[in-house]
Every structure is written in structure tokens, then in C-alpha cells.
Design a protein around this ligand. Structure first.
Ligand SMILES: *[C@@H]1O[C@H](CO)[C@@H](O)[C@H](O)[C@H]1NC(C)=O
Ligand SMILES: *[C@@H]1O[C@H](CO)[C@@H](O)[C@H](O)[C@H]1NC(C)=O
Ligand SMILES: *[C@@H]1O[C@H](CO)[C@@H](O)[C@H](O)[C@H]1NC(C)=O
Length: 482
């Protein structure tokens, strides 16, 4: 009997120590986009989130593979409805019902997905969309809210509309912020809808884009280490673009009568490649500065001590299938590369980033141009390879710019070969290509090896629990029988 009690006491002590040592969950979430040519299996990504204590994730759609992987994880999820679906959902309450039942109700079960928000559209008021989605947003919200009500999900799930920061503007100072004049009416209706349903305003803020798009923008104002040119706005002084932009929104909200509306940062981040100002040093400085700024609960001059309700970094992983219309940097926003490897040291409140485990790589081999062939003869192959695979790092400002003409060809050949899952024919290029087992990476320029996107055989959280319990019970049984 005494033996049994001492074992129990030991067990309780061990649990207490484990609980006390468990790190706090980070208040900072991430965007998990999946427009990638090399897809990590969703369970591997969920393990990556868990290992890094990232407890909030924002999705751009309702991918069943992704949602299944999130089941039982407890991670708080924002599910997205793409802009292309808004017209249908705005015109049909049964389409809204179907979306809710197929993409929400199904997962909101015991041991299911912890869905907190539904993002209705993604930056639907973006200037470059020329208003094509604008009129669908409020009717879609109305239909979805009724569907939520019919599904008894009104308390659990909030509808939001992530807006680009171009929805508001200011002549010069944050206190002069107003919503864009063509949006005044729609924003007033939107904010009133959000307010009556207890939803926050979601905004995407990108100091990187301000710096990239404007040669006069003071570089140090984009970061969080103070600036030689602070913005003085009456009694308030701004030392970084993030706070200035945030308070411009607060002012715009105040002017339509909702100065207290809670604000969530739907996207914020810094890319690492594809432009001069998109590099590892700058990305680390920005994201680390942002994390400390948010975790320090400083708030902004207009909301002192009140940090944004949630902040979602853009982005978790690189997405090499994204359009490069905004710029070559668009495929390089990840704090992790496509294969879940941390690009730089970053502390989101729980120590440095940890890499993805058990990544299923293709064999470690690469396709390059044969050394003795004239690369100028394969210009056509180069262009075709790069029209399918990602070659953005080769351009000016990219990590592979400057590897020479021959290096360019090899890089393009390899990108294509990995995209084709190392199919031997895809390294032929009329006899100019060859497979090598020596990593051809040069300095910062990484020649990638693809990953298997087959279904992972990793254990789910439930399975792990069962295994853990079996081990403990087994241990007890042994300690009594020996
Ligand atoms: C559920 O979401 C997926 C992914 O966004 C979408 O393709 C599908 O059409 C949605 N289902 C319904 C019934 O709307
Ligand atoms: C990285 O970006 C920063 C910020 O724009 C810039 O000042 C710096 O020169 C860049 N570094 C390199 C090596 O290009
Ligand atoms: C390599 O390719 C990039 C992108 O096409 C180009 O800008 C660069 O000039 C090329 N380098 C050489 C040496 O041809």
C-alpha cells in the first residue's frame, strides 16, 4: 500500500512540475496560406505550430485536409471565405447554409476544430479590385449571420472582414484618418454590423509595402527601434509606421462613431527575398520588433496599454505558387521556408523558433546544367522552366541574383525538376541537364529539394494521448508485478 501511495505522489509531483514548466502560449498567431508548389503535409504543419506554441492560425479558405489536421489541437482558427464565393453567398441564403454546414458545423464537434472567426472575403475593398466585390460583402454577412443563428453557432463564431489598410487614409497625421471616401457608407454599415455582433475590425498593416513603394519613406520609421524623424501629431508622437497606421484606423473608426471598436491585425510581416529591402536581416528586425511591441502591451498613443486583440503574422510558410504581380517578394513572406525550416532566429514569446520535424523530403539530388554545354543555347528551356517553377530569387534583389548565367540555368532546371517530383525526364532539357548528388547551393542561394506531399502517417493528438496513457498504465503494471 505504501508503495502504491509513494508512486501516486511521485506521479502527482511530476505532473505539477510539468504544468509549472509548460511555457505560456504565444499571443501571436500566424497566417497559414497554402498556395505552394511544395506542400508540407497538414499534420506536419500542425505539429510545427504546436512545437512553437502558436495557438492562433488564420486560413484563407476551408481546406478539408487542413481542418482535419487541426482537429483536437485546440488551436484557435479563423477560417476564410474567398472573395470569389461572395457573390453566391450574398444572393442565396441556402448557399450560406451549405457553406456553414459543410465548412463549419461539421468541424465544431467534440474533439473538432476550435473555430473562432470566419473571414468573409479577403481584402474585398482593395483598390485594385475596382469595387468588384464591394456590394456583396454586407448581404453575404447578413446571410451567413442567419445561417450561424440557425446552426446555433452565434455565440461561438464571429464573422469578420479582413480589410487592407488602403480602406482608410490620412492627409498626413494619424488623427486625420478617415475611411476612403468611396467606402464611407459601406464601412459605416460594416462597422455597425460588426459592433452589433461583437466582432472586431480586422486590418492588414504592411510597413514593408510603404517602404517598398515609396522612395521617400524614412526607412527607420518602418521598424520598431525608434526613428530620427518621429511623426508629431498634437500631443502624440509616433516612432513607427505600425502605430501610426493603427491609430489612423482608430481615428477613422472614431469619426463614424466607433472609436472603441476592438481591432485585430489580420496580417503583418516582412518578406525575406525578391527585393533589396526584403532580406533576412530586415525581416528578423521587423518581426522581432513587432513581437516585443505587441507582447509588451504598450498599445498606441490613441489606445495606450491596449494592444491589438489578436495579431496574425504573415506568414507561417513561403508560398511559391503565389502571383508575383505585387512583386517577386510575394513568394517569400514565411518565417519558415516552404519546408518548415526557420529562416532566422525569432522569439514570439516562447523562445527561438523550432524547425518542422519529420519532413518527408524527396531524395537529396538536384538537376543542373552540364558543365561543358553552352548555356546560351537553352534560353528557351530556362524560360519555360521558370514559367512553371519559382525562379523569383534570381532577379535583382533576390538571394540568387549574381550566380551567373550558368548558375541561372541550373537553378531553373532544378526548380523545375523538383516541381516534377524529380521525374528523370524533367531533367533532360534536350541533353543539357544532369542529375547531381552534390548540393549546388551557392552562398545564400539555396537550390531546393522538394517534399513529399503524400498523406503523413504521423499520429494524431488523440493517438498520442492513448499511447501516453498506455505507457503510464504499463509502467504501473510493471511496478506492481516486479
Ligand atoms: C467549403 O469551403 C471550400 C474551401 O474554401 C469551398 O471550396 C466549398 O465550396 C465550401 N463549401 C460550400 C458548400 O460552400
Ligand atoms: C535589407 O533591408 C534593409 C531594409 O530595407 C536595408 O536597409 C538593407 O540594406 C538590406 N540589406 C541588404 C544586405 O540588402
Ligand atoms: C540571371 O537571371 C536573372 C533573371 O532572369 C537576370 O536578371 C540575370 O541578369 C541573369 N544573370 C545572368 C548573368 O545572365
Amino acid at each position: 500500500m505504501a508503495k502504491r501511495w509513494s508512486i501516486l505522489c511521485l506521479l502527482f509531483a511530476a505532473v505539477a512540475v510539468l504544468l509549472a514548466a509548460a511555457p505560456a502560449e504565444s499571443a501571436i498567431g500566424v497566417n497559414w496560406g497554402t498556395i505552394t508548389l511544395h506542400k508540407l503535409s497538414p499534420p506536419t504543419v500542425v505539429d510545427l505550430l504546436r512545437d512553437n506554441h502558436i495557438r492562433k492560425v488564420k486560413l484563407f479558405d476551408a481546406d478539408p485536409g487542413v481542418l482535419r489536421a487541426l482537429m483536437g489541437s485546440g488551436i484557435e482558427v479563423m477560417v476564410g471565405i474567398p472573395n470569389e464565393m461572395l457573390a453566391l453567398i450574398s444572393s442565396s441564403s441556402s448557399a450560406a447554409d451549405s457553406w456553414v454546414s459543410q465548412n463549419l458545423t461539421r468541424y465544431m464537434v467534440r474533439g473538432g476544430v476550435n473555430i473562432k472567426y470566419v473571414a468573409v472575403g479577403n481584402e474585398p475593398f482593395l483598390t485594385s479590385y475596382s469595387g468588384q466585390y464591394q456590394s456583396y460583402v454586407l448581404p453575404a454577412l447578413t446571410n451567413l449571420q442567419q445561417s450561424l443563428s440557425r446552426a446555433n453557432l452565434v455565440g461561438a463564431v464571429k464573422l469578420v472582414v479582413p480589410c487592407n489598410a488602403d480602406a482608410y487614409e490620412s492627409a498626413a497625421l494619424p488623427s486625420q484618418g478617415t475611411f476612403r471616401s468611396d467606402l464611407t457608407q459601406i464601412m459605416t454599415q460594416l462597422v455597425s454590423f460588426l459592433n452589433s455582433n461583437g466582432s472586431p475590425f480586422v486590418v492588414n498593416i504592411y510597413p514593408f509595402l510603404s517602404l517598398y513603394g515609396n522612395s521617400d519613406f524614412p526607412e527607420d520609421y518602418a521598424f520598431f527601434d525608434g526613428t530620427a524623424h518621429p511623426v508629431v501629431d498634437g500631443p502624440n508622437v509616433y516612432y513607427n509606421a505600425f502605430d501610426g497606421n493603427f491609430d489612423t484606423l482608430v481615428s477613422a473608426l472614431s469619426k463614424i462613431g466607433y472609436g472603441q471598436m476592438p481591432i485585430v491585425i489580420g496580417e503583418v510581416g516582412w518578406p525575406t527575398d525578391g527585393a533589396i529591402s526584403a532580406n533576412l536581416t530586415a525581416a528578423k528586425a521587423f518581426n522581432q520588433g513587432l513581437a516585443y511591441h505587441v507582447l509588451g502591451n504598450k498599445g498606441t498613443p490613441l489606445r495606450p496599454g491596449v494592444p491589438p486583440m489578436d495579431v496574425y503574422l504573415f506568414s507561417l510558410l513561403d508560398e511559391d505558387g503565389k502571383s508575383v504581380l505585387p512583386g517577386n517578394f510575394e513568394r517569400h513572406w514565411g518565417i519558415f521556408s516552404f519546408d518548415g525550416q526557420a529562416k532566422y532566429q525569432l522569439n514570439l514569446g516562447n523562445g527561438q523558433l523550432k524547425n518542422a520535424k519529420d519532413v518527408q523530403y524527396l531524395p537529396f539530388r538536384w538537376c543542373i546544367a552540364k558543365p561543358d554545354r553552352d548555356p546560351s543555347a537553352v534560353d528557351n528551356h530556362f524560360r519555360i522552366a521558370c514559367s512553371f517553377a519559382d525562379c523569383t530569387t534570381l532577379n535583382y534583389g533576390g538571394s540568387c541574383n549574381g550566380i551567373g548565367a550558368k548558375g541561372n540555368i541550373s537553378y531553373a532546371f532544378n526548380s523545375y525538376y523538383q516541381l516534377q517530383k524529380q521525374n528523370p525526364q524533367s531533367c533532360d532539357f534536350d541533353g543539357v541537364g544532369m542529375v547531381t548528388f552534390l548540393d549546388p547551393s551557392i552562398g545564400e542561394c539555396r537550390f531546393l529539394v522538394g517534399v513529399e506531399d503524400g498523406k503523413s502517417s504521423g499520429f494524431s493528438l488523440q493517438t498520442r494521448w492513448i499511447i501516453t496513457v498506455l505507457i503510464i498504465v504499463g509502467g504501473f503494471w510493471l511496478s506492481f508485478t516486479i
